[in-house]
Design a protein around this ligand. Sequence first.
Ligand code: 13P
Length: 250
Amino acid sequence: MRKNIVAGNWKMNTTLEEGVELASSINDALKGKKHNCDVVICVPATHLVSVNAVIEPETVGLGAENCSEHEKGAYTGEISASMVASTGATYCILGHSERRQYFGENNEQLLKKTKLALANGLTPIFCVGEMLEQRENGTFNDVVRSQIEALFSLPIEDFSKIIVAYEPVWAIGTGKTATADQAQDMHANIRMAIREKYGDVADDTSILYGGSCKPTNARELFAKPDVDGGLIGGAALNADSFMGIIEAFD
Ligand code: 13P
């Protein structure tokens, strides 16, 4: 069966020192306690090695926020999937709306990134989500479906390793959360699209919600049958609020 997961996306926040301290506090807060979800932190690439040294893999999983669509070579400033894996990280966020919006990432590139992440043993956290205009003009289901369909050339054994994150762009960092019903409807649509292509794999695919998720709304969101956890931005930058979201599964 699919897993419940709470994953943090630190984005471009924290110095190395602050990041190590935050990771260490999260690890300490979780250590030895039973919680009903897997916990992952996705941190800036500069922090991966140091953060890996202060967390225990059985307590907190570690991920990057992006990787290159190229295997290696003359791509100044890029970080490959094998480099990410060599730090000890085992997850990688791909296709975050900020990457799509500000760095022009498209479906073709994202498929390449996903293949390289998988080939290097990383679990992709693949993000999809519509813009405000698409929510308002009613095309949101089609938009998100086409984003997830971008991965449908993957063989079933590869697709079954993917975690999906639904993050409506209008809810990210705006304080405006999708209602639990809006999240449930979209998650059910995503799962239906996966079922049409990959059959029962749909039941085992974790689909996380992201966008202004906080301790105060996490419980209601996570109570929905197709919401298997969250991908958390702002509230993941503070150990107490991140723990508050994790505890929503208790
Ligand atoms: P916020 O939780 O800050 O809205 O960000 C969500 C997000 O983009 C996580 O990837």
